[in-house]
Design a protein around this ligand. Structure first.
Ligand code: TRH
Length: 377
């Protein structure tokens, strides 16, 4: 009998909540043979990365996942064997009762936020609260042994490497998106929140000796791009040239296409959690716009990642990379820091692949969850 899993996703903001849970649900079905219901309280963000989604449907099947619109009035439904509350979302009270009513209590886990901080290792797998005899556990993704690892589909790295070796496949993929970069252009993708430092980066790219083709998926950074370009409105399909810099706005594409976009680019600016991890699997240098939190606690998370990520880089390259990431996350001037990073380009490029391969040695998060369940039984 297949183990039954219920994953609960409350879409608080942006695309990360659904991006992560959809990825996990699919992987549990495809690779682990689980029966998965994914409960989502708002399907609109989901539809953007998976256009087949019917945003009104109470129930639908997507890639083997039983997708349920999390209803305001909870239906009577038996609780699953494994229950995942993503990012500390509150389960419906009636569902909690159904968990407690089971003859054999389910495994209840909170899938936490991603962090490279050291304390994560100590907290991963610990018991959290209890509800009528049903114990909840913390499950932390992470970059270190002793954490839950990162979401990574089987064969992802091999698939990515094959695509990166196949220049024709890349060209075709870009062409299908309407992207035809000029010969020798550096390709950069830009997915970020609003950022006052952007203009200073675009200035140096426009003044550079090497051309840059900047690909900007529709999203929150567009306002800053538009202001810098000095145009009235900016939408998918538009292309603007400023000196050595071509700026092209892309539509928001499905998750698999976004992966390919990252694989095509020489440098990827990403944000949140999921695109951040996908950029690491791309094996190319990246720039992370971390989700801003109260009292700047996100900056501790940023430093913890940087400390780990830059291990093995020369002091000069490490300094350049850290300075660029810190500037980007404090709305500071990017120009001088970008130029400094360019001086270490071959080194940071090789390092990105090395980091990816090292991280891929860890068990992926879906496998780690299944192991946790098996050990718990
Ligand atoms: O959208 P985000 O900013 O989500 C964030 C983070 O998860 C953050 O930690 C969380 O606290 C906050 O939301 C509420 O960034 P993230 O996590 O990178 O999610 C974006 C998703 O969108 C990811 O799954 C990739 C996907 N995507 C596409 O499918 N197509 C696209 O064209 C693009 C640009 C992204």
């Amino acid at each position: 009998m297949k183990a039954r899993w219920d994953i609960f996703c409350s879409v608080v903001d942006n695309y990360g909540d659904i991006g992560v849970t959809w990825r996990l649900a699919r992987q549990l079905v495809a690779e682990q043979g689980c029966a998965v219901r994914l409960w989502v309280d708002d399907l609109r963000a989901f539809e953007r990365m998976c256009p087949e989604v019917d945003v009104q449907a109470a129930q639908q099947w997507q890639e083997g996942v039983d997708v349920r619109l999390w209803p305001a009035h909870w239906p009577t439904t038996p609780a699953a064997d494994v229950v995942i509350a993503a990012f500390a979302c509150q389960l419906p009270p009636d569902y909690m009762e159904a968990m407690a009513a089971r003859e054999r209590t389910p495994l209840w886990m909170n899938l936490d936020y991603l962090s490279a901080e050291e304390w994560v290792v100590g907290c991963h797998g610990l018991p959290s609260v209890k509800f009528k005899g049903v114990q909840k556990y913390f499950f932390f993704p992470g970059f270190r042994p002793g954490t839950g690892g990162l979401l990574r589909e089987a064969g992802l790295i091999e698939q990515r490497q094959a695509f990166q070796r196949d220049s024709q496949a890349q060209q075709q993929f870009l062409q299908d998106l309407g992207v035809v970069p000029m010969a020798g252009a550096r390709l950069i993708s830009l997915f970020a929140y609003e950022n006052a430092g952007l203009a200073s980066w675009l200035e140096v790219l426009a003044a550079d000796g090497q051309p840059t083709h900047l690909l900007v998926p529709e999203g929150r950074i567009l306002g800053d791009v538009q202001r810098w370009l000095g145009v009235e409105a900016l939408g998918a399909g538009q292309v603007h040239l400023r000196g050595a810099l071509t700026v092209q706005v892309l539509p928001f594409v499905r998750q698999e296409q976004y992966d390919r976009l990252l694989w095509c680019c020489d440098f990827n600016a990403v944000r949140g959690e999921d695109s951040f991890v996908r950029a690491q699997w791309a094996g190319r240098p990246l720039l992370w716009h971390i989700y801003r939190q109260d009292e700047d606690i996100h900056l501790d998370k940023l430093d913890a990642f940087l400390e780990r990520y830059t291990e093995g880089l020369s002091p000069a390259a490490k300094g350049a990379l850290i300075a660029l990431w810190q500037a980007w996350n404090t709305d500071a001037d990017m120009g001088a820091n970008w130029k400094m990073l360019l001086e270490h380009w071959p080194e940071v490029t090789a390092h990105a692949e090395k980091w990816c391969l090292e991280q891929a040695l860890q068990a992926d998060l879906a496998t780690a969850l299944v192991h946790f369940y098996e050990n718990w039984i």
